[in-house]
Design a protein around this ligand. Sequence first.
Ligand code: NAP
Length: 251
Amino acid sequence: MIHPLFDLSGRRALITGASQGIGLALAQGLAEAGAQVVINGRDSERADAAARTIPGAEVLCFDVTDYVAARSAVDGFEAAGKPIDILVNNAGIQHRAPLEDFPAEAFERLLQTNIASVFHVGQAVARHMIARGRGRIINIASVQTALARPGIAPYAATKGAVGNLTKGMATDWARYGLTCNAIAPGYFDTPLNAALVADAEFDAWLKKRTPAGRWGKVEELKGACIFLASDAASFVNGHVLYVDGGITVSL
Ligand code: NAP
């Protein structure tokens, strides 16, 4: 039995980059709260496999960096009578290199995937939400929205921008009945972090540095996402919710 404030029955949620990792966990969480979920990714076989793990899930594949394709996929989906009530802008990538040697093309790829996509996919979906006078946008930020780390300055720049774009979305779109918030995960064991998880020195550092003393489990992000997508968060707007075991509040 779901508390009525958190019940997402009758709502449809599009989650970008949901074929694995955090996106898949968020899709599972939203579905468990009653939403009909739509899995996005570039690799359709992987997206189909992920969708098969969630009853009633649909698939909508496009590359979030191709904003013409993204707009057309969203418009086509809406035109087919499938309104998107909740958008989770989750697709994101990482690239690690010393800043002085950071390849320009990797910087560009990070910008396109981690922040330009939030603008383009957000705008494509928000236009339909605005016409309906309601909608929920949840952007996936990071602890790097607030803090830097060696070797990932461009990633930190994109995630800082996700935090501020979220505030801008809330500022422009609250009047149309939309709420736009961000979830900022700490360190979670996903394919994106495979190199860090395998690095014993980093693993030990992280456990010492995080007040909770461990990596996050992707299931621990479900609650924040359900909350922000639900009626329980109807007056929460422009917020960046850190789910990080306390790492951003301690030295
Ligand atoms: P992940 O395991 O690498 O999964 C990334 C997902 O995004 C995959 O489903 C991938 O599928 C999809 N994707 C990548 N590029 C895409 C594109 N251009 N268009 C559409 N889909 C694309 O990553 P994750 O760890 O779950 O991270 C998800 C988000 O959380 C990212 O924004 C990341 O920055 C953020 N985050 C992660 C952590 C962490 O600890 N893991 C911490 C803070 C923030 P395809 O390859 O099939 O497209």
